[in-house]
Design a protein around this ligand. Sequence first.
Ligand SMILES: [Cu+2]
Length: 137
Amino acid sequence: MRRAALLVGLAWLGSPAAAHAGVTEVSPPDGSTLIAAPREVTLRFTEPVGLRFSVFKVYPLPAGVSGNRALTEFSRSALRRHADEAARADLYRPAAGRAQTVRIPLKPGLKGRYAVMWKVMSADGHPVSGQATFSIR
Ligand SMILES: [Cu+2]
């Protein structure tokens, strides 16, 4: 009985339509406040994501952006921007291949509130986007 349940569970996990790529871990954690600037942001996904069609950005958050809705809107428009390297707080450059853990290097000397945003392709080709924030005192 227990063995049957385990097999059903594995079959569900292996089905491509079962789930989209989600973030299981963000470092620094969403909403955290740090006393020193980290060198990078790390995103861990539920499955390897294709890097070529994925976007990862870290932006300083303007003072007026607070609350989930404003943050989602800010993130949505920032993810679409091109040639925005100067405005960003990260040094991420487009890569190829697949990765389950993505490291986003940060510019040195950051201070204030930041939004980490991502848009990745799930295995079934559907895009999934999300965002998190952190602050540096
Ligand atoms: Cu899908």
